[in-house]
Unconditional design. Sequence first.
Lengths: 550, 379
Amino acid sequence: MIDSMTHRKLSKTAQRPSPTRPRHGATNATWCTRILSTRMLSISALMLAMASTTTWASDVKSQQTQAADIARNMANNTDTCYVEGVSDRLNCGFVTVPENPNKPDGKQIQVHYVVLPAVKNVNHEEALLAIAGGPGQSAIDNATGFDAMLSKVRQQRDILLIDQRGTGRSNLLTCDEGAQSPLSFDDDNADTLAETQKCLAKIDADVTQYGSLNAIKDFEAVRQHLGYKKLHVYGISYGTRMAQLYMRLYPAHLATVTLDGIVPMQQSVLEIGASIDRGFDLLFKDCQETTACHAQFPELKAEFDQVAASLAKAPVMENVYDPVTGEKTMLTMTRGKFYGSIRMALYQANVRALVPHAIHQAAKHNFQPILGLYSLTIDNAGMAMGMHASVVCGEDMHRITPAMREQAQHSFMGKTMLEGLEATCEVWKVPAVDDSFSEPISSDIPTLLLSGEIDPATPPSWGELAMEKLTNAKHFVAPYATHGVAYQSCANNLIADLVRSGSVKDLDGECLKKDVRRSFYLNASSVEPLDATGTKTITTDDNASTGAKE
Amino acid sequence: MNKIMAMVRKELIDAARDKRSVMAGLYYAIGTPLIMCGLFMVLIGQLTSPDDLKITITNPDKAPDLVRFLSNKGINSGEAKDSELKAIELIISTDYAAQMNQGKGAEITIVADNSNEKLQNSIRRLEKQLQSYSTEMGSLRLIARGIDPRVMQPLKVNVHDQATSDSKGGMILGIAIFTMIYSVFISGMNLAIDTSAGERERNSLALLLSHPLTTRQLVLSKIIAVSLFALLGLVLILLVSKIAYTFVPWQELGFSVNITTEFMALMLVVGIPVALMAACLQLFVSFMAKTFKEAQSYLTMVLFVPLALSMAASYNIAPDMLQWLPVSGQQQALMDFIKGKDLPMLQLLVSTLGTLAIAVLLAFGMERSLKSEKVIFGL
């Protein structure tokens, strides 16, 4: 159901920012509106998402986490538009599809897309479709990151970004409400059930219709609307599930597929708890094996356990300065926030480098660094939590086995996430998908699979699982990469090669082995040990002893 | 009319006989796009910073994290004898670690010659990466102090670039269009000299005029023959350009150069009046000259005027005035077309009419002068 006739007329409404998406106004009001999603994030959001959305002060690229404005060029009455962070003229539009495919005459929703046009288009019948993670991230809001990462592909082919139904501009399902500050909020004692009910009451949509299977039909409709004969697909994180569904349902329209940070069909994403714990353990191991880090923080694991145990007894309440406004405010540091901040820091190699210092300081009752890390997670990476729940409740919840439940009891993250989502799904009431949904993908489409060894969300073993019935695929594990290998290594060049050649045969993952690690922060200012030369061993021992005394 | 056709055929047969001198004009049409593309390919190779940039890093052990960061961005420390080593040195201060530990700015120095065009891109790339490392660390320092790094970004500047990937190649296309217009002038030049000053030197001009033929018919047939050659040159350069330009990796500079069929058709249509004017101008000057050689040297000087106009248009000098003048007006219209803008119809019309007016004036001048014995016998 593609409605291109009403396209221009309706596009006027499309340019209005959705009222449910608060901007970064850096005001207290903004902080307050985010509280529910924040709580949901720190407790239960899967965050199968690109964490590379965190941006830096005065970075050239603008903040991707903000809702990207599509300013339609109404003067020329064309589809030309601009997306935040990309200065080029882009082509925008949408298709209109029924919310419920079984009721084609029922409520209609718009699925918006943006095409980043190729610099020199060598093949007008092909494009690369980049699928965002989450579930719940907007692909269009992440255009800057996709554009930079896929710049080589874009030299010769269009890049197609689609806001999956329920995200971004495509009938966003989000939960922004509540009045409490995310800093003072006590998430360990929250009433998820009540909050979720409040959220659902405000959503004007049939939340059972926002799963992956309906969304993949929308993607196919966009492809037909734009007239591309073949698509190259890049999926990151949860986006790999969408990519795999595309392989299963419309294989004839795919040229190549890249799965980055893989969620295999056989895997319930709720097992992410174990992956998170693995990510934490790898961090402690990394620090221990790095001379400077071990010397500075010899008891890192013990310090972490100590802080977690003490926060479990009672959260730390103290007066701090708000990370954005600089005003005095109350911080309630709970175990959930502590875990959540560190967990999110592990998504990015450069933020991960700060974690040992942050843990060490927390053990010394200085929560400033943790507060800094926590403030990065407050905007929730732009996830649409309503859509997130629709996907997870329909596709993953029913797959939990007693064994998984038992295992989750041993892990704080696993347990809290499971409990949080169970409460959410109880309200959301999404019918479970068929068992056939969880079957491995069997395909001979050239497929590149990418896993990061230190990924805190989708470990390399998940990638192996996805390989089960792929006959024309290669799986590379980047030893130093976290989540989203293509953003932190040469893997984006591999994708460009794959798209150009249409075959995985000549792909060589050797360049992924390049050491791209970032040194750990030894204090709040420096990553370089004071004695980098000559007398290394002797002086680091000194440091170690002083470190221990602290 | 038949007489004119017969004369045109005679001129073309004449031209075909002296293959070498006439073909010399056409060689230009074939050769220029090829040479230009070759030059651009070399230039692009030099201007774009190599994927793997090798520079000299002094004291890399003082800042291993920075060195690894740069290496991850393709900037590596190279060996002194390495041929790909760029003459850029990055000196890391021996106090780097100490300064960094105190939260101060750690010193690094870039030593390079900024006037060297071949290095500019690489230097800028190095500076950009150092800047992004510095920004990133600054942000993490703020986080470590419990401050959201976004407060360091008080201005959020959005750029809405109106250019398309085609219009970004406008400068290159300006030069391409210039070579095409130039080919209209060059291709017919030898024939123009040969058929006028040459004919006179061979003493066949007087013979021709003794036939039952008006001077107007003679002049027209010569103009047609020369114009045909000029257009042949234009067709050739368009065909060769269409093929050759696709081989240059323009996308590496972030734009595309596309010689479309529509552009070729427009160029051909626009080229006809220009070819007529070129033929008239060249014939007129050649007739005025006393000898073949003199004609050659005069023409080189006279041709400078239209070419200067075209050149000025392609470098965007005084565009407001140039868009109304012959040659430069057509050139600007063509450039607008290729940039995807609306064709400036009025300007194109005015400059085309101007071109034709000059052609007609020159043709009349020729007709009159050929009635004088002084001109016919080169006295």
